[in-house]
Design a protein around this ligand. Structure first.
Ligand SMILES: Nc1ncnc2c1ncn2[C@@H]1O[C@H](COP(=O)(O)OP(=O)(O)OP(=O)(O)O)[C@@H](O)[C@H]1O
Length: 259
């Protein structure tokens, strides 16, 4: 069943003297439990599209539905994981994880137990009472993930959450995030520049092109890769095959836009 649908989304940014057509006629559908990636060159509109799907920006034309209901503002059913973790430095790790329930006034013992379980799932039980400044970038992103999952969103929007991390940390975190999202049956949309990351983590990949941003092509990730962890998927022959196809596609897009 489709959880999220974007229908014929077109978006213009208007400034005082000119305008930019950031997206043109984008339609997409995300099935419940699926992991999809938006992949494309800088400026092709990935973040604009994600912001529209999240209800942060209203599209100039088109509409978004979540569970058949129109998305016109930010939804409590959506969770975010961004490039920056935005942890509160003056709050302990457990209190950072519990910030959403606290704001919504739904904090109870059960939620506190759930936060502890999530921190255990991500291997951070030992830093529960520490402050963010004593954690590495990868650990902080794990806390950000726990903070997102504590409110049990039906859809997760991940905007380049691994791009500020070193390569080794990024690979480890991809595995952890992927396992956790499967364990909790989450539906997710990832924005990334990284072809390998998109293939290793996704069920479907939407390749976008720029000026204006459009969905150029959709790729299905072979089932053999989806059954593996991202790290192991990267070693499969089908990973390399798909990587080459997408690489070729993006190269052609680039040469068309230069030419
Ligand atoms: N607030 C804004 N005002 C005017 N133009 C904007 C604004 N935000 C984005 N744009 C333009 O819209 C287009 C799409 O931008 P967007 O940030 O969505 O692309 P992106 O694919 O996420 O880029 P990147 O990968 O570099 O983050 C670009 O041409 C950009 O310059």
């Amino acid at each position: 069943m489709s959880l999220l649908k974007g229908k014929q989304l077109t978006h213009y940014y208007f400034n005082t003297s000119n305008y930019t057509k950031a997206l043109e006629n984008i339609s997409l559908s995300v099935e419940e439990g699926a992991f999809i990636s938006l992949l494309g060159p800088s400026g092709c509109g990935k973040t604009t599209l994600l912001s529209i799907l999240a209800g942060i920006i209203e599209p100039t034309f088109g509409k978004v539905t979540l569970n058949e209901k129109n998305v016109t503002e930010t939804q409590s059913e959506m969770g975010y994981m961004l490039q920056q973790d935005y942890l509160f430095p003056w709050k302990k790790i457990i209190d950072n994880v519990l910030i959403g329930p606290k704001i919504r006034k739904t904090l109870d013992n059960q939620t506190i137990e759930k936060a502890k379980q999530l921190l255990k799932d991500i291997g951070l039980s030992s830093v529960i009472d520490a402050y963010p400044s004593s954690l590495s970038g990868g650990m902080r992103q794990r806390v950000a993930l726990a903070r997102t999952l504590i409110t049990d969103p039906s859809l997760l929007l991940l905007d380049e959450p691994f791009s500020a991390l070193d390569f080794q940390t990024k690979l480890k975190l991809e595995d952890l995030v992927s396992a956790l999202l499967k364990q909790y049956h989450k539906t997710s949309i990832l924005v990334t520049h990284d072809i390998g990351e998109a293939i290793a983590m996704s069920d479907q990949i939407y390749v976008m092109n720029a000026n204006p941003g459009r969905i150029h092509q959709q790729f299905e990730v072979p089932i053999e890769l989806r059954q593996l962890s991202p790290f192991d998927a990267r070693k499969h022959a089908k990973y390399q095959h798909l990587f080459d196809r997408i690489w070729e596609e993006l190269n052609q897009l680039e040469s068309t836009s230069i030419g």
